[in-house]
Design a protein around this ligand. Sequence first.
Ligand SMILES: *Cc1c(COP(=O)(O)O)cnc(C)c1O
Length: 289
Amino acid sequence: MFEQIAQSIPYQHISVGGINISIKRLDLVHPYISGNKFFKLKYNLLTAQKQGYKKLLTFGGAYSNHIAATAYAAQLFGFESLGIIRGEELASKALNTTLNTAQQFGMQLQFVTREAYRQKQSLGYLAQLQQDYPDYYVIPEGGTNSLAIQGCQEILNKQDCENFDLICCAVGTGGTITGLIEASHPQQQVLGFSALKGDFLAREIQQLTHKTNWKITDQYCCGGYAKTTPELLQFIRTFEHQHQIPLEQIYTGKMLLGLTDLIQQGTFPKDHRILVIHSGGLQGRLAAL
Ligand SMILES: *Cc1c(COP(=O)(O)O)cnc(C)c1O
């Protein structure tokens, strides 16, 4: 099933500022478990299955596409799932679309304080978790671990590595871009548009790959994770209208805003062959966009 999906991803070709861009539409793989999350989960689910686990546990914020995708994939593969969600105050509020989607796919949600959530990678917390949930297979926040990176390498096929000079993607935790970097040809450049402010991501990715043909910019993060600007929202509306490709405001909108700006600044030669990974995330698209 995973193989079938990887082979059937369509490309769409558009022109931006006189440069031809190919968009790999991972958003079309599925309306919920869209795009990159599917590749990130692949080897985690196969491993959990092989090791005999029946339940999955993972972490996320209220807008985490990873939470929604894990809920869906867990149900599809017959796992029970538990999501540990940042923000105790959310427990008493109506669920947003992302969390509602997760719950509909059978995920049990547990809300924890921001302080508790911050501990999620500490050894003490993980040991406690292991004690509290001994029969759960634990997937880290955003789904990023070495199995996720292995899965994300499969986003690129042979042609993608031969036919393009530049590969662009949106960056959250850095798992997806690390897979793309690992799979890329050394003469290709991989450019990541961060959805978050800060340069800590570049340092983390340096720990995960020895290759150097990549760069990350946070110049188009619009103030930070899940933040938006009127300019971003207007860009998304115009882009969707022009190209009939849906975007959302957390990841893919910021990536294409950034790429369009770089093209308009004359950053790339006119014959530059650019591949854009549309990673999906459309279940989190603002309805009022
Ligand atoms: C999660 C997500 C990303 C970021 O992936 P990372 O591996 O966390 O960097 C990009 N785009 C979309 C639509 C996502 O849901």
